[in-house]
Design a protein around this ligand. Structure first.
Ligand code: IVH
Length: 680
């Protein structure tokens, strides 16, 4: 690549940033993640600092947001709406503290108002004589859009303040956002209607606020938290700050008493050293919050100190956004490989140029199936956006189309299994392509045995994935039943396996023979028969031979078993090789206790559906689930209109919000314990 001059690079950055601004603010359809935007902006600001002559009035560094849409009238903010500077690490945070202390000429403890950084849109609400008269977006910081009608539809924003003892004019600033649960519902509805879903709750909030028809906004379930004040004074424009407390935190409390919503996570920290802990605590609980956040905002609490510190161009010197590691990043798709799973499903896996995202280095991401590849229109060599949120496996979000190299190559789906070369097949009702090799396929064999030995199945202690692969590769085992024929002498011939570990494994295999019918059925790895279905099958039929002999109609009488699952079960037991494996397993001595039949009065919770969420402190989630099931209840993983009770432990998040949305009854852990005690 030829080296650009600074002038050329600045021009290129202007063009790129303007384009991304337009996509983000006007179209609500960003094509690159925020980190890339921030990086380009930082580079531009640095270049402008090095070469002040290149800093022109029309530089995107000179303005914070996007142009106001033509259709809304414009509002000039009486006081500008500022932005925040960012830090991403403890070192940067400490450097910030040091700068503040130097400016204040003191290293005394500094109290901070600590807040989550809400991921929505900044708005300014103007109350005159306590009545909401105008609401505006931030726009470019000095001029925003008049969105009063839309703001009025947000249920938590008071149209009239609760106390009349307020200055003539009070501007409240805060964030409008869409709670996670509302976002999910909205996107589900969009999908049903065939509309394009929103990329994230922030875009959904932005799209909802930009509606010219406020009736649409009203249906969107937006929320608001106040985080500062703007102009406070009289109608003539004289500022009257004496009404306000001299602590930022107390100012928020003042707003709260006026009826404005304040984020419940906001805390007053006595000194700067507590900020790091606050950041870490909020980061740990991020997934459990009912709204999206992308960091914390830490503000010097003392207003006099704030005034002494003042502002730089577009941000206060007394506040800082301490952001979480980006959840989206750019990288390059270097190759696509195909993995064969337990049921033969062939999954395309993206091999990526390693990239640090969501706090870890990611070099693989699933591409799910052929439909997903078509949806992404992805080619090898493309620059892609990768997302890793919480513990969710990394996903390819989209392709950055304008960065496609000429050498980009099509992704070709294999027509035969990459492991056993058997033909592949796609059922019409499924998106997945499968290897037809069954247990002939080494890959399926390995996965089937791993599943069989896994914790929720037969739970063979010490038999890890690597060892299973080794055993299959060495042809020492071909089916799960072969595991029980292994001797310690044989095992000790394996690489990295001593006599002691070999003995231990053989003992673990003997111990694993004692199991339950539910676990055994689950361990067989019948397609779509998970733990819950396996347990329902066991409860219903009580014996393995009854399940083996059941017809599709009989199977469908079991909870959770629909036509597809019933057919999978029948198909499984119709295959001769599966029956042989089952017979062999029983011959090896696998056994389980008989299931006690409970009478109806021992199952008082029949027909009731429970969902468990949050952390339970007195019993484990599995235990709670098993005990509820033993009383006849159904325990489901997600909240819906069919849920009867949500048991919410500590730090319950979006499920709790959804339950509240749907009016589902919520129980505490203590309520649950009382319920169990009553019936057991
Ligand atoms: S204070 C003078 N507090 O972050 C300080 N902003 O990057 C102005 N934001 O435009 C902002 N949560 O949209 C503040 N607790 C919080 C915030 C917050 C989210 C947003 C806000 C602002 C942007 C700046």
């Amino acid at each position: 690549m030829t080296q650009l001059t600074s002038q050329e690079r600045v021009a290129q950055l202007h063009q790129q940033i303007n384009q991304y601004n337009h996509e983000y603010y006007v179209l609500d359809q960003p094509t690159v993640p925020d980190v890339e935007y921030d990086r380009l902006m930082r580079e531009l600001i640095e270049l402008e600092q090095q070469h002040p002559a290149l800093k022109t009035l029309d530089s995107p560094s000179q303005k914070v947001g996007g142009e106001a849409l033509k259709a809304f009238t414009q509002v000039t903010h009486q006081l500008p709406m500022l932005s925040l500077d960012n830090v991403f690490s403890e070192d940067e945070w400490q450097a910030f503290i040091k700068r503040i202390q130097e400016r204040l000429g003191s290293s005394k403890a500094l109290a901070f108002c600590a807040e989550p950084k809400l991921d929505g849109l900044a708005v300014s609400l103007r109350y005159e004589h306590g009545v909401l008269v105008q609401a505006a977006t931030r726009g470019d910081g000095s001029v925003g859009e008049n969105i009063t009608e839309n703001i009025r539809t947000i249920k938590s924003i008071p149209l009239k303040l609760r106390d009349s003892q307020v200055p003539e004019v009070l501007e409240v600033r805060g964030e409008v956002f869409m709670p996670k649960a509302s976002f999910e519902t909205l996107n589900q509805q969009a999908k049903q209607k065939g509309d394009k879903p929103f990329a994230n709750p922030r875009n959904a909030a932005a799209g909802s606020l930009r509606q010219l028809d406020s009736k649409i906004t009203a249906k969107r379930n937006l929320a608001f938290y106040a985080y500062s004040v703007g102009f406070v004074g009289d109608l003539a424009g004289n500022q009257q700050d004496q009404w306000l407390a001299n602590s930022h935190y107390q100012r928020l409390e003042q707003l709260k008493t006026l009826g404005l919503p304040m984020c419940p996570e906001v805390k007053l920290l006595a000194d700067q050293n507590q900020c790091q802990r606050f950041y870490q605590d909020i980061l740990n609980r991020r997934d459990d919050l009912s709204y999206e956040i992308d960091g914390t905002v830490l503000k010097v609490d003392d207003i006099a100190a704030q005034q002494q510190l003042g502002f730089v161009a577009r941000a206060p010197r007394w506040a800082m956004a301490y952001k979480f590691p980006a959840q989206e990043e750019l990288t390059v798709l270097e190759d696509v490989e195909f993995q064969v799973g337990r049921t033969g499903a062939i999954t395309p896996v993206a091999r990526l140029k390693p990239v640090f995202v969501g706090g870890v280095t990611v070099s693989n991401a699933t591409l799910h199936n052929q439909d997903e590849i078509a949806r992404l229109a992805i080619k090898i060599g493309d620059t892609v956006i990768i997302r890793r949120a919480g513990d969710v496996i990394p996903q390819v979000v989209s392709v950055v189309a304008d960065r496609r190299p000429v050498s980009a190559q099509e992704v070709v789906f294999p027509t035969e299994c990459p492991v056993c070369q058997s033909p592949v097949k796609k059922r019409e009702d499924e998106a997945v392509v499968r290897c037809t090799g069954g247990l002939v396929c080494q890959a399926q064999r390995k996965e089937a045995i791993k599943h069989f030995a896994s914790r929720k199945a037969l739970d063979v202690d010490g038999l890890g994935d690597k060892l299973v692969e080794q055993l299959v590769d060495e042809n020492m085992i071909g089916t799960p039943a072969d595991l029980f024929k292994l001797t310690a002498t044989e095992l000790s011939t394996l690489e990295r396996m001593g006599q002691k570990s070999a003995d231990k494994l053989v003992n673990a295999l003997v111990a694993a023979k004692q199991t339950t019918l539910a676990k055994f059925i689950y361990a067989l790895g019948i397609r779509e028969v998970g733990e819950a279905t396996a347990s329902n099958l066991a409860q219903h039929f009580l014996a393995l031979d009854k399940i083996q002999a059941a017809t599709i109609e009989q199977l469908q009488k079991v909870d959770d078993v629909g036509e597809v699952v019933a057919k999978n079960i029948v198909d499984f037991f119709n295959a001769q090789n599966n029956v042989e494996v089952v017979t062999d397993l029983l011959a090896q001595g696998i056994h389980w206790p008989e299931i006690e039949v409970k009478s109806a009065d021992q199952q008082p919770l029949t027909d009731l559906t429970y969902v468990l969420t949050g952390t339970l402190s007195q019993l484990s989630r599995n235990d709670a689930k098993a005990r509820l099931q033993a009383l006849g209840a159904k325990v489901s993983g997600s909240v819906s209109a069919k849920t009867h009770y949500l048991v919410a432990g500590e730090k319950a998040g979006s499920k709790l919000a959804k339950a509240q949305d749907l009016g589902v009854a919520v129980l505490t852990e203590d309520d649950l314990i009382a319920l169990l005690a009553e019936h057991e």
